[in-house]
Design a binder for this molecule. Structure first.
Ligand code: GAR
Length: 206
């Protein structure tokens, strides 16, 4: 069974969706640990409810490379195959990227490469786009720039606020993140340049 670690900073609804899919047999994986950089994260309560090992590593005042080394060292004994950022609001420093090359995924609430960074639902509304959505991508050294594994689009409605748009996008996040994790764990893809290309049916990959 492939092992994943989830890194979160706050509410943890994406973590919960992954945990539920694992528990209910829709995602074949074991969650080896939840790591939070914020000791107040509600994701910790979800980990408790699901009986998942939780590691609290506060990042306040720690630079991103030093923090990445802390996470790398905490995860080393757990032998994880894939790290999944789920509302993790820190840049991933080089020590973690080097330890897990093309083995870190992130979910982002826009259709990248539009609107990287923060407060992106408001940015999408202010820009006037008619569709936004979410993106699962591999993490590289850039800001939300790695190869794209999956995307889903939702309409932006005339009366949307950042909150209503975020909620519509979140439904899709919860769906596509587990699908993308399953694909990556199956190994049924190759990366050509920036393109993530499916190589065979994920279910057949074993
Ligand atoms: C999600 O919308 C996720 O896409 C976003 O934060 C939210 C976390 O919600 N992530 C980013 O903006 C990363 N740059 P959650 O804690 O309920 O999963």
């Amino acid at each position: 069974m492939k092992r994943i670690a989830v890194l979160a900073s706050g509410r943890g609804s994406n973590f919960e969706a992954i945990a539920r899919n694992v528990r209910e047999g829709r995602l074949e994986a074991e969650i080896a640990a939840l790591v939070v950089n914020n000791p107040e994260a509600r994701a910790l309560e979800i980990a408790r409810d699901y009986g998942i090992r939780a590691i609290s590593l506060p990042s306040k005042g720690v630079d991103s490379d030093a923090y990445a080394a802390m996470v790398r060292d905490a995860l080393a004994p757990l032998h994880v195959d894939l790290i999944c950022l789920a509302g993790f609001m820190r840049r991933v420093g080089a020590p973690l990227l080097e330890a897990y090359p093309m083995r870190i995924l992130n979910i982002h609430p826009s259709l990248l490469p539009s609107f990287p960074g923060l407060n992106v639902q408001q940015q999408a509304i202010d820009y006037g786009v008619k569709y936004s959505g979410c993106t699962v991508h591999f993490v590289d050294a850039g800001l939300d720039t790695g190869p794209i594994v999956a995307q889903a689009a939702v309409p932006v409605l005339d009366d949307d606020t950042a909150e209503t748009l975020a909620a519509r996008i979140l439904v899709e996040e919860h769906r596509i993140y587990s699908e993308a994790i399953a694909l990556v764990l199956s190994g049924a893809y190759r990366i050509e340049g920036r393109r993530v290309i499916r190589t065979r049916a994920a279910e057949a990959a074993g």
